[in-house]
Design a protein. Structure first.
Length: 230
């Protein structure tokens, strides 16, 4: 009994927000087959989703993009205000680059298509819970292209606020890497990485590491997406 309670306490707590009850039931059944996940609640619209999020304090929210009434992006933005620290993954049928870019700019931790394989969804939830950005592989190119197409000119003063090490950290955030991975990659303590991430967010006036990743992509700062200018 103690082991069962311990496993339940350690499970990743998931909230499902989608206006299709059959889809929610399918995802719930899928996750319930794995002890590492616990579906703590469901909601059929954004208003109820925000209410349930406040009450249940999930680790991860799987959120539909297009719902009657309040949209998924509006729901996402309000959830971030009221439920700080949760990972929100958009789970949608839309493969439109505009929807994808809008959701990521708003701070979504991930963007997945509803026809993805089961194992991919489970891995994505784990990764998002660990602090990584998760985007369906087929959409990564669309995300980069859309953000490049609409990229503003980065104010020099904003970029110059970052130290060389903080720019290295921002490069890693643009790749969706977790603090633990960044620490190994840059030979730093994980606690030091957390401090650098907080400094990057503060200097760039951003509210999440996802928004920092979007900033890096939009302003072509990530070394894997284009060499820094200057």
């Amino acid at each position: 009994m103690k082991n069962a309670l311990k496993n339940a306490d350690q499970a990743i707590r998931v909230l499902l927000v989608d206006d299709h009850s059959l889809f929610r039931s399918g995802i719930r059944s899928l996750l319930q087959r794995h002890a590492e996940f616990a579906v703590v609640g469901e909601a059929a619209d954004g208003v109820e989703g925000i209410k349930r999020c406040k009450q249940l304090k999930p680790d991860v929210v799987l959120l539909d993009l297009h719902m009657p009434g309040m949209s998924g992006v509006e729901t996402l933005q309000l959830m971030q205000q009221d439920c700080a620290g949760i990972a929100i993954i958009m789970l949608t049928v839309s493969e439109e680059s505009e929807d994808l870019a809008l959701a990521m700019r708003a701070g979504a931790q991930g963007y997945l298509i509803k026809n993805i394989e089961t194992d991919y969804l489970l891995r994505a939830i784990r990764r998002a819970h660990a602090g990584e950005v998760v985007v369906a592989e087929a959409l990564t190119g669309k995300l980069v292209a859309q953000m490049y197409a609409t990229a503003p000119v980065a104010p020099v003063s904003d970029i110059d606020k970052l130290t060389p090490r903080e720019k290295d950290i921002l490069d890693c955030l643009a790749l969706g890497e977790s603090n633990k991975f960044i620490a190994r990659k840059l030979d730093l303590a994980e606690s030091t990485v957390k401090i650098h991430v907080q400094n990057v967010l503060k200097k760039l006036k951003l509210s999440s590491r996802v928004q920092a990743a979007v900033f890096a992509v939009e302003h072509r700062m990530a070394s894997t997406l284009g060499e820094r200018q200057g």
